[in-house]
Write a protein that binds this ligand. Structure first.
Ligand SMILES: Cc1ncc(COP(=O)(O)O)c(C=O)c1O
Length: 404
C-alpha cells in the first residue's frame, strides 16, 4: 500500500507529477508524458531466456501495446498511487474494469452479495451475465445496514460488491464494517469509488481488497473520454485482473484516452474541491425550496447517514439528487427550462449535467425494481460542475419559476 504519511508526497503533488516523467525523457526532454501510439516495440535481440513476464515497464521494457504501453503505464501507476494501492490497471471503460474484477474474483457456483442500489449497468451485469449465464448466485441487499450483508454471506460467498455513495440515491455503506464481514468468510471486497474519487475516499485503507473507477467521470473530469481503472494491493488478484486486461479480454485503455486521463488527473484536487463546494451550496438551496420534497446529498446534516459520511469520507462529492414536488410533466418542463444543466447521463465532468434516472440511467431496471429501491419518476440527479454557483442557482430558480 502506498504510504500517505506526512513525509511522502501529498495527493496534490502526486496528481501532477507521479509517473509523469516520460521514459524517453533523456532523449527529448519532455516534461509531460507523450502519447505513445506505437502498437509494437523493437525487441533489441533474441533471447530465449527472457519471457513476457520478465519485461518490466518500470525499466522501459515493452513488447506490444496491448500488454503494456508507456502512456497507459504512467496512468496506471498514478491512479494506483492516488488510491494508495500497489497495482493499477486501466481499461477501456468503467464497465470493463468491473467485469474484469468480478470475473477474476468468482467461478461458477460461487456467490456474490451486492448493494441493491448500484449503477444500473453494474446491476444488470451481475444479473444477466454472472447470474444468468455464468452460474454465479447473486443476492442484492440494502447494504446501508451492515447486518443485511452479514446475514446474506455464506460459505460460497466469494465477492462482496459495493458502491458508496450509490448512484443515484447517494446511499452509503460502512466499508470498514463490511470489510470485516468479507474477511470472516474469506471473500473479496470490491468497492466502486467512482462517485468520490480517491481525493475524497480511500477504500483500500478502510479494508477493501480492490477498488474500481469509471475514469470517464471525475478522474478524467472533462466528459471527453470513456475509461476505467482497477487498483489493488493483492498481488494474486492483480495477476488475474492483469491477465484478463491483456490476454483474456484484451480490453485496455487506448493511449490517447490514457493521456487525456493523465492530464485530467492533474487538476483532480482543484476540481473536486470546487465540485464539492458548489454541490453543498446547491443542496442547501434545494433543501429550502418549496418545489423540492427531498434532497439526497451526504454533505447535508439531514442525510440519514451523515455521521458515517463524516467518518468515512473526506468530502461529500459533487453529485446530488432530489425529488421534485410534482408529476412527470412537471419534471419534463423543469428540465427543459434549464440552460446550465444539459439533460445527459454521466457525471464528474467540469460542466453541470442533470439526468432523469427512471428514464435514463436506471431505465434497464423494471418499474418494480426501481420502486423497491426508491427511484421515483420525480427523481432528478445532478452532477454539479465547477461553474460559478450563483449562475447555477439562478438557472435552477428560473426553471422553478417557469413551472409554477
Ligand atoms: C458508479 C459507476 N460505476 C461504473 C460506471 C460505468 O462506467 P463506464 O460508463 O465508464 O463504463 C458508471 C457509469 O455511469 C457509474 O456511474
Amino acid at each position: 500500500m502506498t504510504d500517505r504519511s506526512s513525509d511522502s508526497p501529498k495527493f496534490e503533488t502526486m496528481a501532477v507529477t507521479h509517473a509523469e516523467q516520460p521514459p524517453h525523457h533523456e532523449r527529448a526532454g519532455d516534461v509531460t508524458m507523450p502519447i505513445h501510439l506505437a502498437s509494437t516495440y523493437e525487441a533489441g535481440g533474441i533471447d530465449p531466456d527472457v519471457g513476457l513476464e520478465d519485461l518490466d515497464p518500470d525499466e522501459n521494457q515493452y513488447l506490444y501495446s496491448r500488454l503494456a504501453n508507456p502512456t497507459r503505464h504512467a496512468l496506471e501507476q498514478r491512479i494506483a498511487a492516488l488510491e494508495g494501492g500497489d497495482y493499477g490497471m486501466a481499461f477501456a471503460s468503467g464497465t470493463s474494469a468491473i467485469v474484469a474484477t468480478i470475473t477474476a474474483s468468482v467461478t461458477p457456483g460461487d456467490h456474490v452479495v451486492a448493494f441493491d442500489d448500484l449503477y444500473g449497468g453494474t446491476k444488470t451485469m451481475l444479473k444477466d451475465l454472472f447470474r444468468e449465464r455464468l452460474d454465479v448466485a447473486v443476492d442484492f441487499v440494502d447494504a446501508r445496514d451492515t447486518d443485511a450483508v452479514s446475514d446474506a454471506v455464506r460459505d460460497e460467498t466469494a465477492l462482496i460488491w459495493m458502491e458508496t455513495p450509490t448512484n443515484p440515491l447517494l446511499r452509503l455503506c460502512d466499508i470498514e464494517a463490511i470489510a470485516s464481514v468479507a474477511e470472516s468468510v474469506d471473500a473479496t471486497l470490491g468497492v466502486d469509488n467512482t462517485f468520490l474519487s480517491p481525493y475524497f475516499q480511500h477504500p483500500l485503507e478502510l479494508g477493501a481488497d480492490v477498488v474500481v473507477h469509471s475514469t470517464t467521470k471525475y478522474l478524467n473530469g472533462h466528459s471527453d473520454s470513456i475509461g476505467g481503472a482497477v487498483v489493488t494491493d493483492d498481488a494474486d488478484l492483480a495477476d488475474e485482473i492483469g491477465f484478463l486486461q491483456q490476454v483474456g479480454m484484451g480490453n485496455m485503455l487506448a493511449p490517447f484516452d490514457a493521456f487525456l486521463t493523465l492530464r485530467g488527473l492533474k487538476t483532480l484536487p482543484l476540481r473536486m474541491r470546487q465540485h464539492e463546494s458548489n454541490a453543498a451550496e446547491i443542496a442547501a438551496y434545494l433543501d429550502e425550496h418549496e418545489k423540492v420534497s427531498t434532497v439526497y446529498y451526504p454533505g447535508l446534516e439531514s442525510h440519514p447517514q451523515y455521521d458515517l459520511a463524516q467518518r468515512q469520507m473526506e468530502g461529500a462529492g459533487g453529485v446530488l439528487s432530489f425529488e421534485l414536488d410534482g408529476d412527470l410533466p412537471d419534471v419534463e418542463r423543469f428540465v427543459a427550462e434549464l440552460n446550465e444543466f444539459p439533460l445527459a447521463v454521466s457525471l464528474g465532468g467540469v460542466e453541470s449535467l442533470i439526468e432523469h434516472p427512471a428514464s435514463m440511467t436506471h431505465a434497464p431496471l423494471t418499474p418494480e425494481e426501481r420502486a423497491e429501491i426508491g427511484i421515483s419518476d420525480s427523481l432528478l440527479r445532478v452532477s454539479v460542475g465547477v461553474e460559478h454557483p450563483k449562475d447555477l442557482i439562478a438557472d435552477l430558480e428560473s426553471a422553478f419559476d417557469a413551472i409554477e
